[in-house]
Ligand binder design. Structure first.
Ligand code: GRG
Length: 301
């Protein structure tokens, strides 16, 4: 197994243990039992935990321990899980399987899935704003603001809106490459970039180090999405937790649909190169993040 996959696995173990503890504590404090069970179904059922890995590794560049970065990493994963639970709903993607198990709405019902997503979103912000989780109010405010912007109307939610509108509203103009890249950078890229920025915030990084991590995150997000589309297009589900190739099968516009596989691969390689170049100033300390970017070129192979 590559060193990257080992480190990803370690990050997953740490964030899952922390989230399991948090959910148990919430249940002890009065979460209705059926909601508590559905929350565990949504959060503790696998997933690569790639975004928490990015928070840990970005923060580590500035000497921040994994323990100190856990609440921010878990908050990001809560937002990610909420987005998947809502995305699977009949009104959105209408998926019955996620991470090899029934989706939350299928295992429970639609109102539970909506409320699970709502509760996860609220809990994410509870985690990073609570004074007991980080001693520095400026860091707490920075984390909260960054996650809010990345997950809201000009980030993930906005990207989801563009995606659904493009497939459903009548008389939509054909999507261009620029349209698809904008949609994907909002829907998927913003959270990946936020993970890197949150690591920098935890590390009280200088403006130029923060900017470097943001640039890395943006190119990594683009590489992540292209590699995900390539996995779908090439019909591979070899990645851990990989969803089905539904998007391609559903005929949604993708970069690959417009560019073809060879050109999309070139695009992927350019994104990986740009992501790794952005970390130049960090030297060998950035090796785990560089390996994460390189992994995008190897997924499914
Ligand atoms: C419902 C507000 C709202 C947003 C949904 C991210 C998203 C927006 C929908 C997911 C649809 C999708 C399959 C996008 C492709 C890229 C992606 C985000 C894949 C899932 O992320 P992974 O691979 O999943 O990190 P795991 O299961 O490993 O956590």
């Amino acid at each position: 197994m590559s060193q990257f996959l080992t480190q990803l696995g370690d990050a997953a173990t740490a964030v899952e243990a922390f989230l399991a503890e948090c959910l148990a504590e919430q249940q002890a404090n009065g979460t209705p039992p059926r909601l508590a069970e559905a929350l565990r179904h949504a959060v503790l059922a696998g997933g690569k935990r790639f975004r928490p890995f990015l928070v840990f590794e970005s923060a580590k560049l500035f000497g921040v321990t994994r323990e100190a970065a856990l609440p921010a990493a878990a908050a990001l994963e809560c937002i990610h899980c909420y987005s998947l639970v809502h995305d699977d709903l009949p009104a959105m993607d209408n998926d019955e399987l996620r991470r090899g198990r029934p989706t939350v709405w299928k295992a429970y019902d639609e109102w539970t899935a909506i409320l699970v997503g709502d509760a996860l979103q609220a809990f994410a912000f509870e985690l990073i704003s609570e004074p007991g989780r980080h001693e520095d109010a400026e860091v707490r405010a920075g984390l909260t603001h960054t996650l809010a912007v990345a997950s809201g109307a000009i980030g993930m939610v906005g990207g989801q809106m563009l995606d659904l509108d493009a497939g459903r509203l009548p008389e939509q103009p054909a999507a261009t490459i620029a349209d698809i890249m904008r949609l994907q950078s909002m829907k998927t890229g913003c959270l990946i970039t936020a993970a890197c920025e949150m690591g920098a915030i935890l590390g009280r990084a200088t403006a130029s180090d923060k900017a470097a991590l943001k640039t890395y995150g943006e190119h990594l997000g683009s590489a992540f999405q292209i590699s995900d589309d390539l996995l779908d297009a090439e019909g591979t589900a070899a990645d851990v937790g990989k969803a089905t190739g539904k998007d391609a099968a559903a005929g949604k516009a993708t970069l690959i649909g417009l560019l073809g596989i060879p050109e999309a691969r070139e695009h992927l390689d350019r994104s990986i190169d740009a992501a790794t170049a952005a970390l130049h100033a960090f030297g060998t300390k950035a090796e785990p993040l560089i390996e994460a970017a390189r992994h995008m070129g190897r997924r499914g192979s």
